[in-house]
Structure formats: C-alpha cells, structure tokens
Design a protein around this ligand. Structure first.
Ligand code: ZN
Length: 467
C-alpha cells in the first residue's frame, strides 16, 4: 500500500506571533521511518515482521502475498495534505479524506504513554475507523458516552490497540486488504491475514449487500434495539460482532477479550443511562461516582476477577447472512453515560471540561462565560438524551434516611438511588442492572439461564457458559 503525503508547516493559532513549524527534511525522514516501521511491524532490531495474506485453493495450492506499507513525502500529486502544527498546539490531530493535521511531536511514540498519534492517523488514511468510544465530547464526564464511531464499538475493550489508544498494531487492521484482493481476483479465493503468531480470518462481507466497502471487522452482523422483552421494563441495544484471532480474539495475552480462550464472537449489551445528580454539580464528585459505577458494572457482569475480562459466553448458530456457528461468543455489558449537570462553581477544571465537550472554545478575545457555556452544554445534552434507555437519579440520604434503589413503577425506566453511609451509588446501580435487561432480580440472584434470553432472536440453539 502506497500513500503520498505532502507536509506543510503551519502556525499555532493561539500564538499568532510565532513562526509556522519548520518541516525540515530530517523531521520528514523520522516521521516516515516511524510510521512505516509501525505498520510494517518492525522489531526493536529493525526487522520488518512481514504481514502476509495467505490462501489455499481446493487443489491445495498455497499463495502468499506480502503486505508492505510505503509512505512517500511529495510536493505534488499528493493523496493527502498534512498540516503540521508546532508541538503543544491545542486541539486534536486528525485525518480527513484530503487533509490531515498533526502536531510536530506526534511523529514518534510518546515516551511516557507510548501513544503514537501519527501512526493512528495513518491508520485512518488506510481506511480504518476509530475503535474507541468518545469520552470527551458527549457530556459523559470522561466515561464512555452514548455515541459510537462504529456500531457498538466492540474494540473499545482492546485497550492498547492502535485505533483505540494509538499503541499496537493488530492483524484485523489488514483485513480489508484480504477482502479486496479476493474481490479483484474473483474465483472465490479467501485469504487469511498472517502476522506473527496470529492468523486472522472472518466471514467476508456478502457480495450482494451494500455498501460493498464494509467488512465485518468494523461492522456487526447484527445490531438491534430490544424493548419490553422479557419484562416490560427492558430497554437496551445488542450488537453481535465476528471476532478473528488477532491479539484481541486469540486469548494469548493479558489484554485479550478472554485470556486463555479463543473467542469467535462478541455480543455487546449497550445500556445508555442518563445520570442526574440531584444535589451536587461538583466535577470530581460526579466524575468519581461515574467512574466507580462503570467499574462496578464491568466487574460484576464482565470479569471473572478484578483484572481479567471474559465471564460469560454463548454457543449458538447465527442463521442470517453470513451464517456463523459460534463456539465462544463473549458477552460484555457496555454502560454508556450522559450527565445533564454542568459542573460548578467555575474553576479551571470546569473550563477544561467545557473545552472537552466543545461548548467553550479557547479564544483570546472571548472570556469564559459561565451562563452562556452552561446553556450550550444543555444543548449538547438535549441533542443526545433521546438515545437514552434509562434515567437514573442520584441523591444522598438524610441522617435517618435509608439507602435505597427505587423504581418509579414496576415497569418504569426511572431509577432513584438514595446513597447512604454504607452503600454507594455504584453498588446500588449494579444490583439493579439486571432489571434494565428484563431480568426482575438483583444482580446477585441472576443465573446463567436468566442471561440466556439476551441471545433470543439472534442465536439459534443457544447455550451459555462461563469462561
Ligand atoms: Zn482517530
């Protein structure tokens, strides 16, 4: 794969008297070397561990096509114009169809965080989508918000992957090439992406379906909303994805989907909760409560212990297109959040949050105006709240008041948590979570048989087991 980029040094808009970044030949050389080294899977010793597409026809004849990425810096006839800002310029680096933006320091992995932003943006240029869930812009206090860049965002759980956290390459990132080569060759050949110990292959996207550019790496086989089933209160989304055997699916690393297990699918249960804080607008009080809720839900329903993912999996047959027999299709709950409270009083943390949500853009001529910014924040909340499944209200108990979790009605979707001295919002909410998917029991009483209904209408002859 050959990409031609033209680099153009530009000014930090926040420092109009500073000169534009000087795109020196050495900077370009380092950038190209680092990006192609990353995507050609170069080792510490400087050797490319070649990624290949392999196939075998009915007669047993094997083929092996090596994949190499080239990045050519050009002055004309470019694919993409890359604007390079000085290091430290505010805002996010990004990649569009014909232009992209980088910070000068993005051209190598960050020494502390290992994040290599230019490699991530290059991934976009090769057609890949973001795999993380937005936690800054969607009024969710730095936890996962309601929206997804690809349906369900299954790989958000692959914490070190390049299209999540700008760190590590994955065999699935070359899958579109396997499908493309097979389609231009015709004749029904199917390829496997071979990279190190990994052999990645999933069902190809059906030829007749549109748009033809989709693959089942970045698109689920099923995405549906479930309402009133099996109890009237239930409301959630399910997303079923094919999982191939890369670092995430093979199970041979601590950060895998289910360490120690080869998985072939991932069924996500998305629960979108609007969390209303009744008596506080304090940023850290809200942020800490929300992050505790997220951790508690995942620890209760997704993990065998504090560190590892993988608790429940389904076996069963998906009889749609493509027909797939799953032997280990992991089940993960994915809480999503929206918080209507704009934090106060005004301080630097509040300004940072407003900047994250993009309701306050830094502007030398414009002061932070609390009332105006707070109103803009409410507009963001209003635009998103229609997607919610449940309303949760959190308040603290009075001196003699019991802690409790109370639903507005036996079938209602409004839950009030009165948090007491000994019980926090995270415990109360996790205990009530099964009711959101139609199991009218507390979390501790839920059995495998109860959870089986999540696969209703999706998998035939389904069964559920523990990893
Ligand atoms: Zn991105």
């Amino acid at each position: 794969m050959h990409l031609r980029w033209e680099f153009q040094g530009v000014q930090d808009p926040g420092k109009p008297t500073d000169p534009p970044f000087n795109v020196a030949p050495e900077w370009i050389e380092t950038t190209v070397k680092n990006i192609t080294g990353f995507w050609n899977n170069r080792t510490q010793a400087g050797m490319d561990q070649l990624t290949a597409l392999t196939s075998q026809d009915a007669a047993g004849k094997k083929r092996r096509i090596l994949i190499r990425y080239y990045l050519e810096p050009v002055k004309a006839d470019r694919h993409t114009l890359i604007k390079v800002f000085p290091a430290g310029t505010n805002g996010r680096s990004n990649m569009g169809v014909s232009t992209g933006e980088l910070r000068a320091s993005d051209n190598e992995p960050n020494k502390e965080t290992r994040r290599f932003t230019a490699a991530h943006e290059f991934g976009h240029a090769t057609s890949l989508s973001d795999e993380y869930v937005e936690n800054s812009k969607d009024a969710s206090y730095l936890e996962a918000g309601f929206k997804s860049y690809t349906p369900g965002s299954p790989y958000d759980f692959d914490r070190d992957a390049d299209m999540v956290a700008n760190k590590e390459v994955r065999a699935r990132y070359y899958w579109h090439l396997a499908e493309w080569v097979a389609s231009v060759e015709g004749g029904g050949a199917s390829y496997t992406v071979e990279q190190g110990n990994y052999r990645y292959q999933i069902a190809p996207y059906p030829k007749g379906l549109s748009p033809r550019i989709r693959t089942y790496h970045s698109y689920p086989v099923v995405e549906m909303s479930v309402v009133n089933r099996p109890s009237p209160r239930a409301k959630y989304d399910v997303v079923l994805n094919l999982i191939g055997q890369d670092d995430f699916g093979k199970g041979d690393r601590p950060g895998s989907l289910a360490p120690g297990h080869v998985t072939d699918g991932l069924l996500l249960v998305l629960l979108k909760m609007k969390i209303n804080f009744i008596e506080t607008n304090d940023f850290w009080a809200i942020r800490n409560t929300l992050s505790a809720i997220d951790r508690k839900i995942k620890r209760t329903f997704n993990y065998r212990d504090d560190d590892h993912q993988g608790k429940w999996y389904f076996r069963g047959r998906f009889s749609g297109s493509p027909a797939v027999e799953f032997s280990k299709c992991a089940l993960l709950f994915f809480p999503r959040f929206l918080v209507p409270n704009f934090p106060g009083p005004k301080d630097s943390m509040v300004e940072d949050y407003a900047r994250d949500v993009e309701v306050y853009q830094e502007d030398a001529n414009k002061k932070f105006d609390y009332v105006h910014t707070s109103r803009e924040y409410t507009k963001v909340v209003t635009a998103l709240e229609g997607m919610r499944h449940f309303d949760v209200f959190i308040k603290s108990a009075g001196v003699f008041e019991e802690h409790s979790a109370a639903w507005d009605s036996p079938q209602g979707r409004k839950l009030t948590l009165t948090t007491g001295w000994f019980t926090d919002a995270d415990e109360l909410l996790a205990a009530e979570l099964p009711r959101m998917i139609g199991i009218e029991k507390k979390a501790e009483d839920v059995t495998a048989a109860d959870l089986l209904h999540v696969a209703d209408g999706i998998l035939l002859d389904a069964s559920i087991d523990r990893f």
